[in-house]
Design a binder for this molecule. Structure first.
Ligand code: ZN
Length: 79
């Protein structure tokens, strides 16, 4: 399970338009994100291990089952 490298290079923070870097999420954050997305995945367990952190504002966007969720409302302040 990994985010495609070419996709990573074109992703940007929607607020700053700066690049984002893959970082591991803490167990606590993984649980919170997994619980939040479970109902949207219709019974399939979402895989949550990493996030994408903006190099400028440090916001972290979750990666759910290899899908980067680059939405301001879904971002959090730390991993
Ligand atoms: Zn940013």
């Amino acid at each position: 399970m990994a985010v495609d490298q070419e996709l990573l290079e074109i992703l940007a923070c929607p607020i700053c338009k700066e690049e984002v870097k893959l970082i591991p999420l803490t167990d606590q954050r993984r649980t919170v994100v997994r619980d939040k997305y479970r109902e949207k995945f219709r019974g399939e367990e979402p895989v949550v291990e990493q996030g994408l952190q903006c190099v400028k504002c440090r916001r972290v966007y979750p990666v759910v089952s290899d899908i980067p969720v680059m939405l301001v409302d879904e971002a959090f302040d730390d991993a």
